[in-house]
Design a protein around this ligand. Structure first.
Ligand SMILES: *Cc1c(COP(=O)(O)O)cnc(C)c1O
Length: 428
């Protein structure tokens, strides 16, 4: 495959956009080479500027759960655009999508729409702090909650200390209010809470982690965190930006029957347009302006095009109750196929899956937290990534990313992918 035009476009982009991209994960920093510029996409496939067709396992990093250019979403956006694209005034559409989301997700009475997952998580934490009148939060190493200051904290040595900023520009003052815990390590969470008695407003967690590869919670982990929160007057925030409307109709709360206090959404809820949301029971949501004292706002929040896309997406998921099962079956098929050929080719690997999320790690040991995810062999991953790309398969250009299975993928696409993995892994 040729990527001449993509390379040219990237060179031009680099002159006027930092690193040529508007979000760093799009750059090929971890794998080498230059990003591919997309011209269009339909169903399970991307079509790039050089005319290559690629099977897409990123799917805009999650939103396109029903495939690209899903017709009901496209139609809804076109129809709405003709009626005006933004008003800064309420529309009926906002109530429709809010009511549908509230009916699909357990334990929420009200939902507020924003423009990104970052905004949702940032606002959820502010709300939790305002509501509990406490300052500190606990987050888990390897969990991503968007790029707002409080969340850009990485594991230092020994997590029972203050986090240290991992991005310049995050002040020490902000970093000291974010405590870091180890994913799937309940003991660690408990110790942190003990050491900061009555100071913790919230624990924010990806209830199924998807930003260090795909890492499902160990049995009892989320239940334990829930109990610790309840016992200590801490709000539990489920960041379901990735898992919401993906792993089940009602997200991880439904899947594992665990109640969060605040839930964050993004990705699928916008059907491919820039949408985020956060939701909770009345008692908490009524603490938000204009009803309550915690301020949160947005000129384009609840934008009619975005709401139309999101509503069409949620309706499609709500109407097709078999979808999550179907996605899970495709994922299991792919995982089994890839596992079989990697084993036959004597490659050391671990595959994690849940629902429509899957990640392939090049290390034989179990991957259950950030440290174990970091052990994967990146040199092998680079060969894997570029090898698959040559075969016409696009996975995320980083070993820490989850692949997303869409309903648009056919079993022929999956077989083609498994054959490609066989071919590529013979060259490791
Ligand atoms: C993608 C993601 C975010 C950030 O959402 P943006 O829309 O990129 O700001 C937050 N949390 C999780 C779990 C995510 O996967």
């Amino acid at each position: 495959m040729l990527y001449q035009r993509s390379s040219q476009l990237f060179a031009e982009a680099e002159k006027v956009i930092p690193g040529g991209v508007n979000s760093p994960v799009r750059a090929f920093k971890a794998v080498g080479g230059t990003p591919i510029f997309v011209k269009s996409a339909k169903g399970a496939y991307l079509f790039d500027e050089d005319g290559n067709k690629l099977i897409d396992y990123i799917n805009s990093w999650g939103p396109m759960i029903l495939g690209h250019a899903f017709q009901p979403v496209v139609d809804a956006v076109i129809e709405k655009a003709k009626l005006g694209t933004s008003f800064g005034m309420p529309t009926e559409l906002e109530t429709q999508i809010a009511a549908l989301a509230v009916s699909m997700v357990p334990n929420i009475d009200k939902i507020r729409f924003v423009n990104s997952g970052t905004e949702a998580c940032m606002s959820a934490v502010r709300l939790a702090r305002g509501f509990t009148k406490k300052d500190k939060i606990i987050k888990f190493a390897g969990c991503y909650h968007g790029h707002s200051d409080s969340f850009l904290i990485q594991a230092g040595s020994g997590a029972v200390t203050f986090g240290s900023p991992n991005s310049p520009g995050v002040t020490a003052g902000t970093a000291k209010d974010t405590l870091l815990a180890k994913y799937n390590d309940l003991e660690n969470v408990s110790t942190l809470i003990e050491a900061n008695k009555n100071e913790i407003a919230a624990i924010i967690v990806e209830p199924v982690a998807g930003n260090m590869g795909c890492i499902p919670p160990n049995k009892g982990f989320l239940e334990g965190v829930r109990q610790l929160c309840t016992d200590n007057g801490i709000l539990l925030i489920f960041d379901e930006v990735m898992t919401g409307f993906r792993l089940a109709r009602g997200g991880v709360q439904e899947l594992f029957n665990i109640k969060a206090d605040i839930v964050c959404f993004g990705k699928v809820i916008g059907g491919g347009l820039p949408v985020g949301a956060f939701a909770a029971r009345n008692e908490i949501m009524n603490y938000l302006a204009p009803l309550g004292p915690v301020y949160q706002a947005g000129t384009l929040s609840g934008n009619p095009l975005a709401m139309a896309a999101g509503l069409a997406m949620l309706q499609a998921l709500d109407n097709d109750r078999a979808i999550f099962k179907r996605l899970e079956e495709k994922t299991a098929y792919l995982a089994a196929g890839i596992g079989k050929v990697l084993k036959a080719n004597k490659v050391e690997f671990t595959i994690n899956t849940i629902g429509s999320m899957i990640s392939v790690h090049f290390d034989a040991a179990p991957v259950f937290d950030f440290q174990s995810a970091a052990k994967g062999d990146n040199e092998t991953f680079k060969k894997f990534f570029h090898g698959l790309l040559k075969e016409g398969i696009y996975i995320a250009p980083s070993a820490y990313e989850t692949w997303f299975i869409t309903d648009a993928l056919s079993y022929e696409d999956l077989d083609f992918t498994i054959q490609a993995v066989d071919k590529v892994s013979k060259t490791f």
